[in-house]
Write a protein that binds this ligand. Sequence first.
Ligand SMILES: C[S@@+](CC[C@H](N)C(=O)[O-])C[C@H]1O[C@@H](n2cnc3c(N)ncnc32)[C@H](O)[C@@H]1O
Length: 336
Amino acid sequence: MLEKESTQTNAANERWKNLGSEAFKSYDKSRKIFRDLNALIVQDTFGAYASPKDERIFEIGAGDGELARLVSPDIKRRLISSDLNPKFAKMIQGKNRDLSVLSADAEKLPLRDGEIDIVSGYSTFDILPNMEIAAREIGRVLKENGKFIHFMDLQHTEYFVNDILGSDKRVFPNLSRFESQNEGGPQYHLFHSYAKVEDIRSVLEKIKGNYELYDLVNYYLEEPAAAYREMNTSGLEIMARALKKRGVNFTPLDYPMLFQERVGEIFSGIGFEILKNEMELREKTLNSDQILPPDMKGFNCVRRRAGMNIFINGPDIEPGKLKLISELHVFVAEKK
Ligand SMILES: C[S@@+](CC[C@H](N)C(=O)[O-])C[C@H]1O[C@@H](n2cnc3c(N)ncnc32)[C@H](O)[C@@H]1O
């Protein structure tokens, strides 16, 4: 392994190993409301790509067992869940007495060549510091025609951008306007996108005369981590208006798009056939007062906290109703 890769891996592994079970509380808060929809996507995907003969389904980076919550009982029976962090493995075991659980590093799986039918993961592959190494390891343990089935519901991590993508892409703040009847009118929200440095430079060229705006964009270009700090709404509005006035045609890549690009390249690069690499959607309409538990009050304002899962109010939806949309990135590749 190259020295840089090994330093990255060590730092990343330390970070994950130091986390306790509270790490999943914030995930759970936003996930619980989408769980039944996500379960549909997960179960449909296993239904389409797993055969009843696939007896050994191995999960990497299981965390506190989200995938085990979403799969059908028939898939759960065949699931072996693992996580780098032994505390997490123990926690999953505590909640799922019948599940096979172990502690394992996705880069060095304690498995023999070709002994696994399906490797799976849920919001895991995207956080690995060396995706190529983990992909080769997945290829090693899978049988011929074995599959890698991965789901992703979480969005950005600064870590992914800085350590994995390298320096040619940067975090860029993006503004979205979100109509919400419940919250009393239009609101503006910040979410983060990842753009190529040269695209941001071309934006800078076009906004040279506007010092305020220029400084703002330049700030994000020079200091990508800053995009993770709170920004006030008026600053964002100024930026959005000024970019529009200058006809800036800027299409930022967002995290799922980047991940889609990257994971496809990696698995094609090691000879897998890509069977699916896209966002899957499931939706339902609900009474807004029924669906929002007290701790989710204001959830509409933090659109994307739960990955791409969003609430929508709109002209096609009756007042007092909400359309709940769940969007998971689904990746399926077959070992050739
Ligand atoms: C973003 S969390 C997702 C956890 C869980 N699948 C979920 O969706 O809630 C990523 C998980 O991967 C684990 N992890 C990090 N690096 C790993 C590695 N090298 N090998 C295996 N698991 C790893 C972490 O401990 C963490 O539980």
